[in-house]
Design a protein around this ligand. Structure first.
Ligand code: SAJ
Length: 403
């Protein structure tokens, strides 16, 4: 492959679909991943993650010669950093992957190049990386273009949303913003909104924090309603009849690798100011703990009433309905917690979207619902809606799964 136009560092849930999309537009992409297995898989035209339509896009891009992967970068004109930003210590963002990815391309940079970070990052990361680049290559100061552009796709619908969602693009200066806009215009149909790098970084964090805060409100209502003996789902449905009220749904807590994570990036840096954002995280985490306690109480009540230990079905492990993704899943946390407190009861762990798990023995959902005395719905998977549940069962429906 002759010199690629784009180097994509990080070929995960966002990097690979983005690389495939760029390649579909006949722009040559050199994908980089530290995992040589991932590199091999992609070069064979295959994929290592579950995402509808991605397999075809990657196969076509590789076959057409527009996408190739490797464990190291090469010279290009545009460099995209799409690597994870996990936590270290007590919910502190760890930007060491962004830093390592940046370091790996510094020596390749030349005048007029475009460097973009897409990884969710704490405010100021793009400027920090700019300083890092210029400390090693002072002759390039103000001669390259540096920008931040977060993604906002929904897992499971990535290939559609990547093309059609609006994007927020912020450069470290106007020239960088314009250059980044021109780059994304080649393959994105959604509107491209200009700003500066710090605002773009904060925008991503705020989008996910906003959702976390709204879900925390719904979860708080569910705790209040449980005490007040009110059906929270009926209450929310009625309150939402107001033309300007739109309350989200309570559940077992908040999971996934974005909404349960990104708010901490704000709290870690602005702890005194981000009171509601921090509290929302606490409430949503507490909701999972509360659900586990409810299962525990139901077990004890059953034993007192019936003079024998109950069998328990835990329905769902994924972090949200109708997916197979268990990352940061509140349901998985609850299952672990309940099993830690087990006292020789029989358990049925259900997850219709996966067939096996290295820790949990997975049981068919119909069989579990038939055999268990206590059925706790942890995720609102579509399969559960049609279950016929016998009247003598104790049902704990934490996510309105069966109404
Ligand atoms: N949840 C509730 N109640 C609700 C809605 C969701 O408890 O009313 C829970 C879900 O069960 C799940 C969690 O919240 O545990 C997060 O689910 P989600 O569907 O809100 O979000 P994700 O993590 O699948 O994807 C999000 C998306 N962000 C928003 O909707 C604001 C997506 O657009 C982002 O691109 C993605 O995070 C990301 O990468 O940041």
């Amino acid at each position: 492959m002759k010199q690629p136009e784009v180097v994509m560092i990080g070929l995960g849930y966002i990097g690979l679909p983005t690389a495939a999309l760029i390649a579909q537009n006949k722009i040559k992409v050199h994908g980089v991943d530290i995992n040589s297995k991932v590199v091999e898989t992609i070069n064979a035209g295959k994929i290592h993650i579950v995402e509808p339509e991605l397999d075809l896009a990657v196969a076509k891009a590789v076959k057409g010669g527009y996408l190739a992967a490797d464990t190291f970068p090469v010279m290009a004109n545009t460099y995209l950093i799409v690597v994870p930003t996990p936590f270290k210590g007590k919910n502190e963002p760890d930007i060491s992957f962004v830093e390592a990815a940046t370091k790996s391309i510094i020596s390749l940079l030349k005048e007029d190049d475009l460097y973009i970070i897409e990884s969710t990052s704490p405010v100021g990361t793009t400027e920090k990386m700019m300083d890092l680049i210029y400390s090693e290559r002072p002759e390039l100061r103000d001669k390259i273009n540096i920008a931040y552009c977060p993604e906002r796709v929904l897992p499971g619908n990535v290939m559609y949303e990547l093309v059609n969602n609006d994007r927020v693009i912020g450069g470290v200066d106007d020239k960088s913003t314009e250059k980044a806009i021109a780059f994304y215009k080649q393959f994105i149909k959604g509107d491209l909104h200009k700003t500066n790098a710090r605002t773009a970084e904060m925008c991503k964090l705020v989008e996910n924090s906003s959702r976390d805060v709204q879900i925390a409100f719904a979860n708080e209502l569910s705790l209040i309603c449980d005490k007040a003996d009110i059906n929270v789902w009926e209450l929310i449905e009625l309150a939402n009849k107001h033309p300007r009220v739109n309350i989200l749904q309570p559940g077992c807590g908040v999971g996934g690798h974005c909404i349960a994570v990104d708010p901490y990036f704000i709290v870690a840096e602005y702890p005194m100011e981000s009171k509601i954002i921090g509290k929302a995280r606490e409430i949503n985490n507490y909701k999972s703990f509360w659900c586990a306690e409810k299962v525990q109480t139901a077990k004890l009540e059953f034993e007192l009433k019936n003079g024998r230990k109950p069998s328990i079905a835990l329905m769902g492990l994924a972090f949200k309905p109708d997916i197979d993704d268990l990352r940061e899943s509140p349901a998985k946390y609850i299952a672990q917690k309940v099993l830690q407190n087990s006292n020789n009861e029989e358990y049925f762990i259900v997850e219709p979207n996966i067939t096996e798990h290295k820790v949990f023995k997975i049981t068919d959902y119909k069989e579990a619902a038939k055999k268990a005395d206590i059925i706790a719905f942890l995720v609102g998977h579509k399969e559960f809606k049609t279950l016929e549940i016998e009247k003598d069962k104790v049902v704990l429906d934490f996510c309105n799964a069966i109404s």
